[in-house]
Design a protein around this ligand. Sequence first.
Ligand code: NOJ
Length: 574
Amino acid sequence: MLYRLLSPLAVILLVNGQTDEWWPTATLYQVYPRSLKDTNGDGVGDIKGITESIPHLIDAGIDCVWLSPIYKSPMKDFGYDISDFLSIDPIFGTWDDFLELARVIKEAGLRLVMDIVPNHTSDKHDWFLKSINREDPYTDYYIWRDSLGIDQNGTQIPPNNWISAFAGSTWEWNEQRQQFYLHQFTVAQPDLDYRNPLVIEEMKNVLRFWLENGMDGFRVDAPGHIVEHIDFLDEPPTNDPNCPPMQFCQLQHIYTMNQPETLDVLREFRKVIEEYEVASGEKKVIMSEPTNNIVDTMSFYGTPDDPLMDFPFNVNFVFDINNQTNASTLKYAIDNWIDNMPAHATANWVMGNHDQPRNRERQGEEFAMALSMVNLLLPGISITYYGEEINMDNTFVSWADTQDPQGCNAGPEYYQRFSRDPERTPFQWNNQTFAGFTTGNSTWLPVNENYLYTNLEDQKLPNRIRSPFKIFQALTAARKTEAIITGSFEHRVLTENVFAFVREAPAATLNYLVVVNTGYAEDQANANEQFPQLPTVGTVYTSTISSNQEIGDVINLNAINLPPRGGIVITFTL
Ligand code: NOJ
């Protein structure tokens, strides 16, 4: 089964022990730079703070650090609005700070991947300023369209009904150029025109620049939005009664998303990676955000003859597990990716990111940990959003403190539904002021009040045997063992609420059985019935906090006890 989940090349190389594709079983960690650690007391995380955090990431068992944008930016979308793709924003530090971070990461044997944001720039980017002035070659770098006339209020009429992902018209009138420009996100993020070959070349040069500066790969932001339909027709309404006015959910995005030409752009990006690999002999990864449906998301993998992304992030897993109510629906969340994935592809598992409410908010404290067991022991790449290793929760952020443009644009009535601030609050290092995140007097977003007991220092104490962090460490350690790296994968529904899977390999000293209870009552399950190859007993490797099965307990596999919403990992030998 594993061989279905890793690319054929990766499998051959893995079996021979010579793979230079380092990511098929990697543990990736997403750093949201504003929120990991602040070293200069301004209340915003910085690069030096990330460098100081590397010992923690090593301790946590991470292989690869993915940085959300640290490029120069007016911060209208907190770094996803880039005014210079080739420099570091002063709020995060200096170029030397970046080089030092890259050096420390490399010396630790970790990898470093950065976000690349091709769909748009900041409206303060030099290209846009020159495009407004119709200065060649920048005149057609962005999507400019004429007005349809002037309405009775004297306002310019936009070219069509398109709505931005952050609410409101996707068109903004520019007085100077006397045209509208397209922005699929905030008004300060004009969309680049990827039908212009010069734009593709510019972005390829950005990739080249960062590869030259030691990057191990990229995460491509918002690929589904890169190209728009050339006819600029109105999009049909969704007629969704729950969608507030002028929100993205009002329209079916058949002309603004997932156009066939998107794959041509991704192919161009891939070419740069391949050129660089040939020239340097080093293997680089290129992964992407998914898009809004599974079929188009899967197309980002490409085919064996025409590979595009090494993998699109499986954020679907987040949505699918949100809907899980029993063991079958949890199994479906896994199958939905595996069954739709192309045969040559590698799977990956995401529990959360800077755009989604935290796992613990969605699933509750106990089940968030149980799902970490699933995420980290499934075959393929595992992706951890900063704070998940200590089971951080969403934080309440008042309307007055709201920063995220998606929240601000929704207004006081709806901001809580749309704001992404609650999942972006400072990392909780200890129980000191501001959870040890900053030495300053404030933080850019509030620290969660639960920091007194949900913090790293506390979770590392010797008496916290099964703290979320210790569970996480146990899971990342298991990821480095044979059964998880090359082992087979079998998953089953044991009872209505109990889901389980087995990872085993012939050469492994330890194999794993993972059992989770999706239900809200205690449960007992018989694993021997569904997995006849299992021995009669196994040893508890780790279990969620309210389980009464302690690490090292030898238990019968035909009667595994689970607390409500809890999980357990059991090792066994064949
Ligand atoms: C997707 C990113 O994940 C999100 O945070 C950002 O706001 C949009 N792209 C726009 O760049």
